[in-house]
Ligand binder design. Structure first.
Ligand SMILES: Nc1ncnc2c1ncn2[C@@H]1O[C@H](COP(=O)(O)OP(=O)(O)O)[C@@H](O)[C@H]1O
Ligand SMILES: O=C(O)C1=C[C@@H](OP(=O)(O)O)[C@@H](O)[C@H](O)C1
Ligand SMILES: [Mg+2]
Length: 192
């Protein structure tokens, strides 16, 4: 279903498509940054396929992310995540939204860097917290103080996400406004 209520600027779409070329576009960032939601809408705007690596992992394993963590542990999950991302990024062009920890794992980060143009959806703690505390599907946040856990992950991970090709500030604006900001970042990146 297309969630974009107003069409994204056709000129902007064309400029972004030209700049992206045949490359994949890979969304990275912390839980709640909007990778899955904005990634899907960006793929719709660009007219290319969309895949979310978490959804693909759940599809091939026939288990939820939470069950995978509980049954096999995070290390095994990261190894599976790296294998899935290597396969997903082998073809394209497509938009790939990754799980928040993928880019932090060295093997997955290598696949992602080789596999496409990376966009970091950078968000402030309160924006992320507002979004993630509505659902309990993220095993890493099943702690005594999940907001503190999220802040700790920000401190540890933000310097690594900052290696992305593009950075877009994820805010609580209309999702199509976020899509337009992502497309503008891609188009302007071409000038660099
Ligand atoms: N710009 C935005 N404004 C309001 N809500 C948003 C925005 N971007 C994402 N969301 C919502 O925040 C929640 C988390 O988004 P999601 O795409 O699942 O994040 P991620 O995949 O990065 O963890 C979802 O309910 C989504 O609809
Ligand atoms: O940050 C992380 O390590 C994780 C983020 C999750 O994806 P989202 O970022 O889409 O929530 C999911 O991959 C798993 O719970 C681990
Ligand atoms: Mg997601």
């Amino acid at each position: 279903m297309n969630d974009v209520t107003e069409p994204v600027s056709a000129t902007l779409v064309e400029r972004a498509k030209r700049a992206l070329g045949k490359r994949n576009l890979v969304f990275i960032g912390l839980m709640g940054a909007g990778k899955s939601a904005i990634g899907r809408l960006t793929a719709q705007a660009l007219g290319v396929p969309f895949v979310d690596s978490d959804h693909e992992i759940e599809r091939v394993s026939r288990m939820t992310i939470s069950d995978l963590f509980a049954t096999y542990g995070e290390e095994e999950f990261r190894a599976l995540e790296a294998r899935v991302l290597k396969r997903l990024l082998r073809s394209g062009p497509r938009v790939v939204s990754t799980g928040g920890g993928a880019y932090i794992n060295e093997r997955s980060r290598r696949h992602i860097k080789r596999g496409g143009l990376t966009v970091w959806l950078n968000a402030e703690l309160d924006v992320l917290w507002e979004r993630v505390n509505k659902r309990d599907t993220r095993p890493l946040l099943k702690t005594e103080n999940p907001k503190q856990t999220l802040e700790n992950l920000m401190r540890a991970r933000y310097p690594i996400y900052a290696e992305a090709d593009l950075t877009v500030l994820s805010r609580d604006v209309k999702k199509e406004a976020m899509v337009e900001e992502v497309l503008a970042a891609i188009a302007d990146h071409q000038k660099a």
